[in-house]
Design a protein around this ligand. Structure first.
Ligand SMILES: *Cc1c(COP(=O)(O)O)cnc(C)c1O
Length: 365
């Protein structure tokens, strides 16, 4: 029995990667904003249709750097239906997360509930484009303007996603993308911040390089989060094949919709209007009453057959033990309900349609 995991990393042919890294044995420039790093940065500006890209060694540290350069204070409005990274970054930067519920259709922040959470301490909104579904970016922009708040998107799931003809990373003050091995586009580990304000270029460089402005000046307290040349080389290779990878993911997602979309008690992922998706994840909700089996029951049946779906995202971050007693925890009933019912099914470019059939057969049995 072949095991199927929830995801499988995209990789170029070995020969292509070797060709890409070969000249590093001559230049001996292995990190610190080298030639591959700069080339990838330029190519990503193009591909993502954004004004600026700043590369990092991973997405999490990119998010912390974006928070640091915005000079945020006090409270930040965010959602708990996300990967640990979003909330952990806020708390590690000394800020207080204020949890806003999600909407039940696409699991992004419920924009009708943001304003009631704003206080005189609020400095920003950090929403998440969860599963590659985009937030209501226009409404968020309007609210942020009205209350003079910064907006940083956790865009870890939305590599290459477009709203109309705009790259998703062009919205808000900044967006963080993750290039982790499990994401649609990977640099093994890696990530970036995209932004419109050119003056942030220098600030972000200082943040990823020990707070150093030049050899004699250290204006900031900061750590090390630079992307190295081997990571960037992986990115240059993977970027050549990204459109084909997304096309293959699309075929898998559409097949899941066809097989599971009409069953009572199952809610499958659906594309959003005027959005070009990247098919990053395929979340499915199981309503125990209507479907007759709980999410945990389905996960167990799949597991017995060597298929490893994930309870992604469970638990929600406002239930993390490490936050207990540290700050007020706002209840988020919709996020709670979704986290109890959701299962993210295997989805990657090379997943065979026959395997999708096998997965759907087990679910429907
Ligand atoms: C993957 C992920 C991150 C963190 O990115 P890394 O590159 O793994 O550090 C942050 N937020 C979300 C929603 C993610 O899925």
């Amino acid at each position: 029995m072949t095991k199927i995991n929830v995801t499988r990393s995209s990789m170029p042919e070995l020969e292509e990667y070797i060709e890409e890294i070969k000249n590093l044995w001559e230049t001996r420039w292995l990190t610190n904003m080298g030639e591959k790093h700069n080339s990838l940065q330029d190519k990503l500006c193009d591909y993502l249709s954004v004004r600026n890209v700043s590369l990092f060694t991973n997405g999490h540290l990119a998010l912390e750097a974006a928070i640091a350069v915005m000079g945020l204070t006090g409270e930040v409005i965010t959602t708990p239906f996300t990967f640990a990274s979003t909330t952990q970054a806020i708390v590690r930067c000394g800020l207080t997360p204020v949890f806003c519920d999600i909407n039940p259709d696409d699991y992004t922040i419920d924009v009708s509930k943001i304003e009631e959470l704003i206080t005189d301490k609020t400095s920003a909104i950090i929403p998440v484009h969860v599963y590659g579904n985009v937030c209501d970016v226009y409404k968020i922009e309007e609210i942020a303007k009205r209350h003079n708040l910064k907006v940083i998107y956790d865009a870890a799931h939305t590599f290459g996603v477009r709203v109309g003809d705009r790259g998703i990373g062009s919205f808000g003050d900044a967006s963080m993308f993750s290039f982790h091995a499990t994401k649609v586009f990977n640099t093994i580990e890696g990530g970036c911040v995209t932004y419109n304000d050119d003056s942030l270029t220098k600030e972000l460089r200082i943040q990823k390089n020990f707070g150093m402005e030049d050899q004699d000046n250290y204006p900031k307290v900061a750590g090390n989060a630079k992307m190295n040349e081997f990571q960037a080389a992986m990115g240059l290779c993977n970027l050549r094949h990204i459109n084909g990878e997304i096309e293959k993911r699309k075929a898998v997602a559409e097949y899941y919709i066809k097989r599971l979309g009409k069953t009572d008690g199952i809610t499958v992922w659906r594309p959003q209007k005027s959005v070009t998706h990247n098919y990053a994840y395929f979340p499915v909700l199981f309503d125990k009453e209507k479907f007759g089996k709980s999410r945990d029951g389905v996960a167990e049946s799949l597991g017995k057959e060597g298929i490893f779906a994930r309870k992604y995202f469970y638990p929600i971050t406002n239930e993390f033990e490490c936050y207990k007693g540290k700050f007020e925890i706002q209840p988020t009933p919709i996020a709670k309900k979704v986290s109890m019912e959701v299962l993210t099914l295997p989805l990657y470019a090379d997943l065979a349609i026959s395997d999708v059939d096998r997965i759907c057969d087990i679910i429907l049995k």
